[in-house]
Design a protein around this ligand. Structure first.
Ligand SMILES: Nc1ncnc2c1ncn2[C@@H]1O[C@H](COP(=O)(O)OP(=O)(O)OP(=O)(O)O)[C@@H](O)[C@H]1O
Length: 246
């Protein structure tokens, strides 16, 4: 589903990424870990299109995305969440998710809205249904009418996840999704992520969360992939232990 092939990025003399290659299969959750400065954020920026690599390719479902803008990547089904949550505080939880669907437009423009065309009403119903489905998936149904600004950070993060999932992304990038969450909220988030059928790439410092949530793990150190494997393989890998786990 996602293939990163020989990606390198240099900042002056620093090789932030140095020939990074790995693949993530359809529907799998892949975690990227590594010590500070390993290149995780740079890798995320390359995959989401915020930074163009000096060398290498990023493919999604076989399509080369390397020169494709972040907006076009979004249209192709890629979504990203950020370390600092980005939700509309003045909207309710349900409207936050609805707003994430609205950018597709309803077709027919304002005239169709005013005329209340049947096609438009059907679309509206489908949207409401999708919102309800996503809220349920993220455990937010009881909070659907709460204002996002009033929610604690753990819930806001779930709202952000719900927004990212609203129109069924093909690939979801999560940047330190547990930051600011307590243990209970972290467990809940892990359950939601595991229940998704979307392909997920996440960067995370919380090792317990990574080991419990991910199918595959990519370990970066000084811009290079030093190991890839299942959580059990990574835990046992002598190179990883030496470089990172201690
Ligand atoms: N804009 C930049 N200009 C110069 N050097 C940079 C820039 N961004 C990152 N670097 C350097 O590239 C290397 C990789 O940084 P990156 O932020 O990708 O690592 P990271 O694994 O995300 O680290 P952290 O866990 O601390 O967030 C580091 O040596 C960093 O100092």
């Amino acid at each position: 589903m996602l293939a990163v092939e020989g990606v390198s990025v240099a900042f002056g003399g620093v090789r932030a990424l140095d020939g990074v290659s790995f693949e993530v299969g359809e529907g799998l959750v892949c975690g990227v870990i590594g010590p500070n400065g390993a290149g995780k954020t740079t890798l995320f920026d390359v995959v989401s299109g915020l930074r163009r690599p000096d060398e290498g390719l990023v493919r999604m479902a076989g399509r080369d995305l390397t020169g494709v803008s972040p907006l076009r990547r979004a249209r192709a089904g890629l979504r990203r969440t950020f370390q600092r949550t980005q939700v509309f505080g003045r909207l309710t939880v349900a409207d936050n998710v609805l707003a994430a669907l609205d950018w597709h437009g309803g077709g027919g423009g304002l005239a169709a809205d005013l005329a209340g065309l049947p096609s438009r009403r059907r679309l509206e119903r489908e949207r409401r249904e999708r919102v309800a489905e996503v809220l349920e998936l993220c455990g937010l149904t009881p909070l659907r009418d709460a204002y996002a600004a009033a929610l604690p950070v753990g819930r806001r993060r779930l709202v952000e996840l719900a927004r990212a999932l609203a129109d069924r992304p093909r690939l979801l990038l999560l940047d330190e999704p547990t930051s600011g969450l307590d243990a209970g909220q972290t467990d809940r988030l892990g359950e939601v992520i595991r229940a998704l059928d979307t392909t997920v790439l996440l960067v995370e410092h919380d090792m317990g969360f990574v080991m419990g949530t991910c199918d595959r793990i990519v370990v970066l150190d000084l811009g290079k992939v030093i190991a890839t494997g299942s959580p059990a393989e990574i835990r046992e890998d002598p190179v990883v232990r030496a470089a990172y786990l201690g």
